[in-house]
Structure formats: C-alpha cells, structure tokens
Design a protein around this ligand. Structure first.
Ligand code: HEM
Length: 426
C-alpha cells in the first residue's frame, strides 16, 4: 500500500478503510474524495465478512438513503458496528437500541427520549457553564494543559455522570472503560491480557450495583427511569439495563470529547477562524455546526441489506454488509462548496455528523451542541490565546475520528472561583 504521505490518485484496490493505522496521520480524505469521484458505492474486500467484502458508501445522497431506509438497510441483522461477531455476541448487541430496527427500536427509544428534550438540555445549561468554568479554573493558573484529558474529556464525563446518576468521583473509571471499548484498536488503550469485552463486563457489574441501589432508593436520574421503564408491559431485564447504560456512557462521552479535541486542533490549523470567532461570538452556533461537519467524530456506521436492491447503480444482494461514511458525506463537493475548508461562516451546513435523519438520529445531539457551544464560549472568553505546545496524537481507529493528546499553553490567569470539580478517583 502506498504511504499516506502520497496523496495522489491510486488504484481503488489499494484503498484500505479497515486498518485503523491508515487514520492515525489524519482521516484519509483523499481516498474518500477518490471513491466519491470514481466509485461512490464501492465493493471493498474484507476477508471474513459476508461474501468477503462490504459496500463502502461515500456520497452524501447514498449515505442519507442508507441511513433512512431501514427497511432495506437493517441495523439489527448484524448490528450497526463494523466488526463481524459470532452468534452470541450478536444476540447481546441486538439488545442495544442502536442495533435494533423499528418498531422494536421505536419502543426502546421512547424510554429515554424524554431525558434528552430541548427543555431538559436548556435546564442543564447553567450547570454545564459551571462545569466548563471549573474545568478552566483547574488549569488556568498553570498556563499549560493536556487539552484532551483535562479539558475536552472532562465536560462530557461530568454531564453524562450527572444524567445517569453516576457519582462524579467515579467518572475516571467511565473514561477508562470507554477508551478501552472505543479505542480497542489503539495500543495505548489496551492493557495487556485485558480486552474490550472485559471493560464491558466491568461496566455491567457497575450498572448492576447502581441499579440495586436505585431500586432501594430511586432518584431523579436516568438509571431510576430505566429501572421502572416497561417495553410491551415488561420491565427491562438486567442485561438490557446494562446495555442501555453502556450505550449511553460510550455514545455520550467519546463523541463529544473527540469533537472538541478535533475542533481545537482545527482552530490551531486555522488561526484566522479562531480570531473571527473571538471577535464575533454571534458566529458560535454556526461555528459549532462547522466543527461537527469538519471533524465528524463518528466516521461510519454499518447496515446489512435485507433484500436485493440497487444503490448508486450497484446491485446489492440480500445479506451484504453496507458501511456508510459520514466523514465522506460531510466532504461531498456536490453538497458543500470547498468542502476541505474549515469555514465557521459556512451556510447552509446540512452535515450528517449526527446521522442522516433516519430512526437512529443521535439522541444526544441537542445536549452535545450545548456542551460544545458552552466549552468554546468559555475558552474564547478565558484563555483566548490558547496555542499548540507540542504534538497532536491521534487515535488508531477507522470508527472514531479521535485525538488522544493535545498539549496546549496560554497566558496564566486567576481562577474565577467556580465550584471546584469533584475529585476523580484514579
Ligand atoms: C459530537 C457529539 C456526538 C456525535 C457526533 C454523535 C453522533 C451520533 C451518530 C452518528 C449516531 C447514529 C445516528 C444514525 O445512525 O442516524 C448517534 C446515535 C446515538 N447517540 Fe450520539 N453523538 C454525539 C453525542 C451524543 C451524546 C452527548 C449522547 C448522549 C448523552 C449521544 C447518544 C446517542 C445514542 C443513545 C445514540 C443511538 C440512538 C438510537 O439508536 O436511536 N450522542 N450519535
């Protein structure tokens, strides 16, 4: 395979979208551009997958079709995840709503929908501002920080812990678990002899302890809601509850963290955009949408064709694996003018970072937007001279567009006295 430094056109058969190492230097946008141009629905080899390959769908319109047309493109059949699974693993994954199709999916989604309404997000705003200020208070006197661990990871962790009712002191464990599950491809997040399924088991036993405590003493948190919830007249069993918990902690923090980290890195590459935003804060809502488009933290999801069908002029067979790439759709030159530019004034900006409008459209989109907006508002206000002070290290993954480390520096300043962050147990 040609090195990633070589960004010219190559044979399509040399493109490899499976190996996470091909995403470490940066998302291989030159490959996606070539696929959109030459083969927007492309049969990509993958030994071990059905018919030893998958359809890589890269144009915006085809990605939207796959995302919305759940009758042809199922999340349940072989899950929405890229990796192939054995029957037992699959049966367990199918208990998670992200791996269900309507109407079962609709019933599960209803259980948690009301926890994520625009009103509930507005009600949380004050608390999110307090957390963001406390995060900056914890680093501002030093004048340096590790942006990922100390800034962008903290806010989503604090918020998801609050929503689920996880004691804040335990959020470090949540951080480690989700790293090990999402970063299972990256050597840094693997502990020798311990795999991602072990992290999942730890999450389950933690969820079980919490559920037991809430059964005795319910509170105003999502765990208490889930304990009482019923689907078709039956309460969720323990495994379903565990999996809901796992989905929410992973979906709720990895994505938002990597959006903030990726956006900060984008601003370092485009200081003019930072200055623009700094001098006109009214641009912030549009800037958040551009951060989402440009970074696209979740790069793909998978579906399985439920019947023979045609997509982008290609004949798909029942059972075929179909992988649609949000990261490519969001750079489709047919939809976005000058798609590789990071332009915070871009309008319209109908990106699909949260999905393409199908039944699984991100449950936490309102919440994520609020967290991102608040965090960047506080950074622009309090440490506007933030700058890169070392190397950006990216995650090895073809799924999450992730950034592991971003050393930053800024002029030291005094804390403003936000209520301090609860300590994190190590
Ligand atoms: C920048 C941040 C985020 C991004 C980019 C993101 C992205 C996504 C995407 C692409 C999907 C699949 C959509 C589809 O297939 O139509 C999704 C689903 C989901 N997201 Fe997010 N997400 C983010 C933040 C959050 C947060 C903060 C939460 C919760 C606290 C959350 C919870 C979920 C859940 C539960 C699902 C599954 C929904 C379902 O199956 O119906 N996400 N997200």
């Amino acid at each position: 395979m040609a090195g990633l430094a070589e960004r010219g056109t190559m044979g399509l058969d040399e493109i490899d979208l499976i190996d996470g190492r091909n995403f470490v230097a940066g998302v291989p946008h030159h490959w996606f551009a070539q696929l959109r141009r030459e083969a927007p629905v492309f049969w990509h080899p993958e030994p071990g997958a059905p018919r030893d390959g998958f359809w890589a769908v890269t144009s915006y319109d085809d990605c939207v079709t796959v995302n919305r047309d759940w009758e042809h493109f199922s999340s349940a059949r072989r899950s929405s995840l890229f990796q192939e699974m054995d029957a037992d693993q699959l049966a367990q994954q199918q208990l998670m709503m992200v791996n269900m199709d309507p109407t079962m999916h609709t019933r599960y989604r209803r259980l948690v929908n009301h926890g994520f309404t625009p009103k509930m997000v507005r009600d949380l705003e004050g608390q999110i501002v307090g957390y963001a200020d406390a995060i900056i208070d914890s680093v501002c006197e030093r004048g340096t920080a590790e942006f990922v661990e100390e800034i962008s990871a903290e806010l989503p962790l604090l918020v998801i812990a609050e929503l689920l009712g996880i004691p804040q002191e335990d959020r470090r464990m949540v951080f480690d678990w989700s790293n090990r599950m999402i970063g299972s491809d990256d050597p840094e997040y693997q502990i020798e002899g311990h795999d991602s399924s072990e992290a999942a088991m730890q999450v389950y036993s933690y969820a079980e302890e919490m559920a037991a405590a809430r059964r005795l003493q319910p509170r105003q948190d999502l765990i208490s809601v889930l304990i009482d919830a019923e689907v078709e007249g039956e309460k969720l069993d323990q495994l379903e509850l565990d999996l809901f918990f796992l989905l929410l902690i992973v979906a709720g923090n990895e994505t938002t963290r990597n959006l903030m980290s990726g956006a900060m890195a984008a601003f370092f590459d485009h200081p003019d955009q930072w200055e623009l935003l700094r001098h006109d804060r009214s641009l912030l809502p549009g800037a958040v949408e551009e951060m989402l488009r440009y970074v696209t933290p979740v790069m793909h999801f998978r579906r399985t064709a439920t019947m023979d069908t045609v997509l982008g002029g290609q004949d798909l067979r029942e059972g075929d694996k179909v992988v649609f790439w949000h990261t490519s759709a969001n750079r489709d030159e047919k939809v976005f003018a000058n798609p590789d530019a990071f332009d915070i004034t871009r309008s319209p900006n109908n990106h699909m970072a949260f999905g393409g409008g199908g039944p699984h459209f991100c449950l936490g989109a309102n919440l994520a937007r609020m967290e991102i907006m608040v965090m960047f508002d506080r950074l622009l206000e309090r440490i506007p001279d933030i700058r890169l002070a070392g190397d950006v290290q990216r995650l090895q993954s073809n799924f999450i567009n992730g950034t592991k480390h971003i050393p930053v520096a800024f002029a030291p300043s005094a804390p403003i006295g936000a209520p301090p962050l609860p300590a994190r147990a190590r």
